[in-house]
Design a protein around this ligand. Structure first.
Ligand code: SF4
Ligand code: MG
Length: 340
């Protein structure tokens, strides 16, 4: 069956003074209608570049592989074709809602304008729809608030307004890049609940980009952990949290504050920093930081340094790109590619 979004062997490269930057170096995933794929990684892992490539917003990059929306290939479409697909079938919500809102127009005007652009609705119908959408995303007194300007909204209300604008085009796919990072925890929880509710009502496929595993645990059905522009591990969310199989995933989980005993939980951040992507990485991009490799025998260490680990199936729906995964023996299998 054709997935809502199917990404195959995606590569995104930029030319930089230091050389060719391989920001995304061959990743594959799918997002199904009504499901959320959490795309996790540190900054520089390639997760935001991946989302921009899917939206066709990467102007100066070389993008190859395949990005198919409901079976239709998006790579190679003209700007005009792509902007039609973008407005109508997919929408994006960013970390900073102000970047998506124009300061000089009322919130209602901007949502109505997005609706008019995509559906050619009349002014009054579009305005009514904008007020309805503001109500649907939980903005109180939506008819009055529609007449206000972005600076009159709190951060959380602005993000609701941006989500309303995104949904006013009735997309099938919502791409959310750190949508709650700038918000305090209470508002963050409300926005995540809102996205989950709208997803259920509209069968939206959601690609949720975040560095925050807490966000992933809350909203994702499946998870793709990126490192150095590659997929480290992909798994259903419960499996990933119960038993991380890639040493990097394990490191991320170990660095989470423990909810049961916050005082006794110093953050154990992974020592070291992500690799430069300006030169090809022959082996595992995580090798310089990997304590598992450091404790392994010379043969394994040589493979980690010199041979790129490809994603291998383990059990159901799990793929791990590691020469020495943290899995009990006997779990290795053919593993169908991850589906979200
Ligand atoms: Fe660590 Fe080697 Fe696995 Fe990379 S392939 S994560 S270096 S054990
Ligand atoms: Mg980012």
């Amino acid at each position: 069956e054709t997935p809502l979004l199917g990404v195959r062997d995606l590569r995104v490269q930029f030319d930089a003074p230091a050389g060719t930057v391989r920001a995304v170096d061959g990743i594959s995933f799918t997002v199904e209608a009504g499901r959320t794929l959490g795309l996790v990684g540190e900054s520089g892992s390639g997760k935001s570049v991946t989302s921009l490539a899917v939206m066709g917003l990467h102007r100066r990059a070389r993008v190859s592989g395949s990005i198919a929306l409901a079976g239709r290939e998006l790579l190679g479409l003209s700007d005009q074709q792509l902007s039609r697909v973008r407005g109508r079938r997919m929408a994006m919500v960013f970390q900073d809602p102000l970047s998506a809102l124009h300061p000089a127009y009322t919130v209602g005007e901007q949502i109505a304008e997005a609706h008019r652009r995509h559906f050619g609705a009349g002014r009054r119908a579009a305005h009514r729809q904008a007020v309805d959408m503001l109500g649907e995303v939980g903005i109180p007194e939506p008819a009055r608030r529609a007449g206000e300007f972005p600076h009159q909204f709190s951060g959380g209300m602005r993000q609701r307004a941006v989500i309303a604008m995104a949904l006013s085009c009735e997309p099938d796919l919502l791409i959310a890049d750190e949508p709650t990072t700038a918000l305090d925890v209470t508002v963050q929880a409300q926005i995540l609940e809102l996205i989950a509710r709208l997803q259920e009502q509209r069968r939206l496929g959601v690609l949720m980009i975040t560095h925050d595993l807490g966000v992933v645990a809350r909203v994702a059905h499946e998870v793709l952990v990126m490192y150095g522009g590659r997929a480290a591990e992909q798994a259903p969310v419960d499996d990933l949290f119960r038993q991380p199989a890639h040493p990097y995933t394990r490191g991320l989980l170990d660095s989470l504050p423990r909810l049961d005993d916050p005082d006794d939980a110093p953050l154990r951040a992974i020592p070291g920093s992500p690799p430069s992507l300006a030169a090809p990485i022959p082996g595992c991009p995580f090798a310089p930081r990997c304590s598992r490799a450091a404790g392994a025998d010379a043969g394994v260490r040589a493979r980690c340094a010199g041979e790129r680990p490809e994603p291998v199936g383990h059990g159901t729906g799990r793929l791990v790109a590691c020469h020495l995964p943290l899995l009990p023996s006997g779990t290795s299998g053919s593993g169908a590619p991850l589906t979200a």
